[in-house]
Ligand binder design. Sequence first.
Ligand SMILES: CC(=O)N[C@H]1[C@@H](OP(=O)(O)OP(=O)(O)OC[C@H]2O[C@@H](n3ccc(=O)[nH]c3=O)[C@H](O)[C@@H]2O)O[C@H](CO)[C@@H](O)[C@@H]1O[C@H](C)C(=O)N[C@@H](C)C(=O)N[C@H](CCC(=O)O)C(=O)O
Ligand SMILES: Nc1ncnc2c1ncn2[C@@H]1O[C@H](COP(=O)(O)OP(=O)(O)OP(=O)(O)O)[C@@H](O)[C@H]1O
Ligand SMILES: N[C@H](CCC[C@H](N)C(=O)O)C(=O)O
Ligand SMILES: [Mg+2]
Length: 484
Amino acid sequence: MKLGELADILPHDGVLSDDMTFSGVQSDSRHVTTGDIFFALPGVKTDGARFAEDAAARGAAAVVAEPGSIGGALAIPVIESSDPRRALALCAARFHPGQPETMVAVTGTSGKTSVASFARQIWEQAGLSAASIGTTGVVAPNRDEYGELTTPDPIALHKLLKELAEDGVTHGAMEASSHGLSQRRVDGVRLAAAGFTNLGRDHMDYHPTVEHYHQSKMRLFDTLLPAGAPAVVFADDEWSEATMNAVKAAGRELRTVGRKGAFLTLKRVEHERHRQRAEVEHRGRIYEIGLPLAGDFQIANALVAAGLAIATGLAADQALAALEQLKGASGRLELVGTTAEGAQVYVDYAHKPDALKNVLLAVRPFTTGRVVVVFGCGGDRDRGKRAIMGSIAAELADIAIVTDDNPRSEEPATIRRAILQAAPNAREIGDRREAIRSAISMLKAGDTLIVAGKGHEHGQEIAGRKHHFSDHEEVRKALGEQTA
Ligand SMILES: CC(=O)N[C@H]1[C@@H](OP(=O)(O)OP(=O)(O)OC[C@H]2O[C@@H](n3ccc(=O)[nH]c3=O)[C@H](O)[C@@H]2O)O[C@H](CO)[C@@H](O)[C@@H]1O[C@H](C)C(=O)N[C@@H](C)C(=O)N[C@H](CCC(=O)O)C(=O)O
Ligand SMILES: Nc1ncnc2c1ncn2[C@@H]1O[C@H](COP(=O)(O)OP(=O)(O)OP(=O)(O)O)[C@@H](O)[C@H]1O
Ligand SMILES: N[C@H](CCC[C@H](N)C(=O)O)C(=O)O
Ligand SMILES: [Mg+2]
């Protein structure tokens, strides 16, 4: 690709020739091959500008960097950009052209994975070729691959979107994490609609204040969503109003869903054990929906997903009828087994305060006995959430067992101590396998156990090393031992 074809993204005032040719885009010098443009990104751990020379030595044709960030003489031209991350995303989209025609993105503290998965399922049921991209990976026809990031980096993302489009995928739903949004990973995606679920405490190790965190999410609506495109906003959250205001101020089409929603209005919900019945109004018509999932929050997620499908052109009848067949995303309040006496054991990905609170509240209506929770907190992540999660468990569970999540490089006992400080009556069993086994052995008829924090994960990272570990497998094993 010639520089002239990228001139709108990389203005260079005619200093360089428009005929300069590039073979690819790269943001990690270690992966540069001859002819690439190297984007020197200021990062969290280091500054890409320090690797410009390395990139040049590996054959980069030019470097894109913030003004003044490259010190000294470099053998290759430097193209200045005030926002090299955005420039990278836009160039990646151009180097790997082609995206599913209808792309939607969802943001929020909780529910993104579920909404992306539900939107894909709604489209699939309508006979469309659809994909979802997020924490649990990429799911598309003939494809189910696990990825490292919730929102892939722009180079990987655009290679993926191109492949999906070439495979005939016309509809795609992706998660826009706050890291992904603030790092411009989604800037090159052509969005038909965007969704918002909720906002709670998260990533306070990355964002200085909750307002900053909200702001970083609003980029999805005020910068990435084209003017006039629909924004589907869950209306019943504490941050819904601020989000609606941001959407309106940016001149996007507001579509609200939920009890206070106008586009899809939740009129009534009845909880049954594994399912719930809801009455939803859309354009003056009432729809009766049987959602085959437990948990109030799944209704919210289902409404955001249906809202996105309808707002991008699917008939409401089809979208709402599809909710009857939804399958939960792996490890999201997933019923993994039942003890001989009939106590239910769920695996759930709640690893932040609001999610833990919601999940414990969600199972209470159908728990006739005790609510038992096994959970921990990840190391090298927001320390402030530990005590908050401890007090939520102390308040909302009858029995709490504090165990290890992914301690990463931290001392596991220190993490547990921070949680236990706010949950003095909780039991402490560091070994997660042992904690699950012990919790299952104490269950009686009518009890519900939630194994929280790791959801779909297949590994546990201890002292920087990843070991195979699955909450699903451990629950099944412990249930098996019990009946053996
Ligand atoms: C904190 C964070 O978000 N980091 C992400 C970020 O890295 P960074 O740019 O800050 O990296 P850095 O290490 O400081 O390096 C700066 C630059 O120098 C370059 N470099 C570095 C070394 C070298 O030899 N040569 C070289 O060119 C790097 O490639 C980089 O471009 O940009 C990278 C490329 O997009 C990401 O892979 C990386 O994700 C790391 C691995 C990560 O763990 N991110 C997590 C926190 C994350 O993003 N999570 C969210 C979801 C969270 C949630 O909702 O729960 C997600 O979307 O997954
Ligand atoms: N709408 C919601 N409101 C509150 N809590 C929710 C909601 N949806 C899901 N949860 C809780 O959050 C957990 C994670 O859900 P999900 O994976 O769908 O969210 P996410 O936004 O993708 O999270 P992450 O950023 O960790 O990937 C669930 O296991 C459940 O405990
Ligand atoms: N994307 C999240 C996942 C956290 C999952 C939880 N099990 C933990 O390790 O804290 C993160 O990396 O912060
Ligand atoms: Mg997710």
